[in-house]
Design a protein around this ligand. Sequence first.
Ligand code: PXL
Length: 284
Amino acid sequence: MTDTTTAPAAGRPAAAQPPVALTVAGSEATGGAGAQADLKTFQELGVFGSLALTCIVSFDPAEDWGHRLFPVPQDVLREQLEAITAAHELGAVKIGMLGSPATIATTAEVLGRLAPRHLVLDPVLICKGQEPGAALDTDEALKAEILPLATFVTPNHFEALSLSGLEEISTVEHLAEAARRIHERSGAVVLAKGGVRLAGPDAVDVYYDGETLEVLSEPKVGEVPVAGAGCTLAAAVAAELAKGAEPLAAARTAKAFVSAGIRQRLVSRAPFDSLWQGGSAAER
Ligand code: PXL
């Protein structure tokens, strides 16, 4: 008798399987950021996405859209990681919001053992609505336990200050120095994001891999940050790496994908616009 629990599905294609990526991230209920942004990005870029959910964020419309954060229990996170890693050969892993020292410890333990070839860290350091004390613990744990596992890291302006120890980042030269320092500290390829924080007409990011330093630049689309830009950039880098791209090519593709998504952003009744991952396809 055929064992239907383990038999392959009929008609399974023999060739051209998509690469699989995992995101370890939180849900942002409105769909603009977090795991939702990551999975949409994977899909748009031709990568099969899986998700280990770390927490659930629901903005509070009655309280100035502040964060309400519900953590996923550690055993539930562990079980998700167990199922995903048992099922799939992962082409790349992306880490987004972990949200607590406990989640960081669980993630570091599992991914430390797995040692994926590509581990893209979006070092989400603080989140509005968290206790400052708790956020500080989380920052320290992220730097100590997750940063050493990363092969690629995508800090924003605030995170670049924290990870580099620089007191000011207001020019491209400062951003380049931050990228160098973060690379020296972590060994990872760094894509440090200036976004709308640096003055001038362009959104400038600095790529540094220990040898090549490249300034990636796209015209700014307004001066207000768009929700999901950071998540989408790191997810796009992970997707491209999973497909076999070199790190610099992955960074360039990701930057173009994010810029299109910002140009085609979604307007809602929330006080922020959300990046639209379908923007790149819509512009083709
Ligand atoms: O953009 C950072 C981010 C990541 N992940 C989740 C979030 C946010 C910001 O709101 O809610 C779940």
